[in-house]
Design a binder for this molecule. Structure first.
Ligand SMILES: [Zn+2]
Length: 315
């Protein structure tokens, strides 16, 4: 067999350049973009799942997200337009673990006679205490190791639907997963200087347990908060007192509002506890297009910078 070393070297140089461009976020022209006549439609419930689908599908699929940036998946009520687009979907993807309140994505898919791929399948869920009941914590994407499982599930769903391009989807996924691993190491590095006594993360609702476990913070929801009950429906004066007292007791340096939850309650609690607002964190949704948090990696990066700045070194 003859081999020509020059094209081989060129090909590996091109691959290295592509990898570098993607890691640095430069636009890269897509050789497959010219034959977009056979795009298929992937409908996703949450912005994070939609981002994973876009990363893996490239230009091969149209990815539609039911939730808009900033929308709350726990409380979402589907609209007639959602049913129409799910009816046209070739693939339906959801987070699962009951993030989609009252299983609204499963209901939409069921009504349209479509199967649903649950992207959190295979994740070992944390357990939450909600109103005396033990439930699975749905916010699993906040651990990048879990995000890898989401991406693998998305990739296999695309490969099953479009087996001819399975290798292409897996290749994109491999590169993206390398970026997720780089994000994880970068995050550890950014938090390195925060001393243990300042590693307390107080937010509006229980979204950050996976994040806190991964990066060695205490999720200082001194009570279990969830948008469905306490925040959406109002918090009892007694519960609120407990929260304020806990913030004082642990000498929490700053607390955080979230993009998907009304900030009013956290602002009032900050005032009562005499603690600063450390900034706004992306929680159940990424940011709008054009914002720094418009992708999963962007939202994780911005959250990390916000937390590191607010909790700092204490000096
Ligand atoms: Zn949530």
């Amino acid at each position: 067999m003859k081999s020509n070393p020059v094209p081989g070297r060129l090909a590996s140089a091109a691959a290295a350049l592509l990898a570098l461009s993607l890691l640095l976020g430069f636009p890269v022209s897509d050789a497959g973009a010219e034959d977009d006549g056979n795009e298929f439609l992937v409908v996703c419930s949450t912005t994070q799942v939609a981002d994973f689908a876009r990363q893996v599908a490239g230009d091969r699929a149209m990815v539609h997200c039911v939730l808009t940036p900033g929308a709350d998946p726990h409380l979402y009520e589907p609209r007639p337009g959602d049913a129409r687009i799910v009816a046209r979907a070739d693939l339906v993807l959801q987070n699962g673990l009951h993030l989609e309140g009252k299983n609204w994505m499963e209901t939409l898919a069921h009504d349209a006679g479509k199967p649903v791929v649950t992207c959190a399948d295979g994740i070992e869920p944390l357990r939450l205490d909600a109103e005396g009941k033990r439930v699975d914590d749905p916010h699993a994407w906040f651990d990048p190791a879990n995000a890898v499982i989401y991406v693998r599930n998305v990739t296999e769903a695309l490969a099953r639907y479009d087996p001819e391009r399975a290798d292409e989807y897996r290749a994109r996924a491999d590169l993206y997963i390398a970026q997720l691993r780089a994000l994880h190491l970068w995050t550890i590095e950014r938090f390195h200087a925060i001393p243990p006594e300042r590693r307390i993360l107080v937010t509006s609702h229980d979204a950050f347990n996976y994040f806190c476990r991964t990066y060695d913070f205490t999720a200082a929801a001194p009570v279990g908060w969830s948008t469905g009950a306490e925040v959406g429906g109002g918090m009892s004066p007694e519960r609120r007192r407990t929260v304020v007292e806990s913030i004082k007791e642990f000498d929490v340096p700053a607390i955080f509002v979230e993009t998907t939850v009304n900030p009013k309650l956290i602002r009032e609690i900050a005032r009562e506890a005499g603690v600063e607002i450390g900034g706004e964190l992306y929680s159940d949704s990424m940011g709008p297009v054009g914002s720094a948090g418009e992708t999963y990696i962007g939202m994780m990066r911005e959250n990390t910078l916000t937390i590191a700045e607010a909790l700092g070194t204490g000096e």
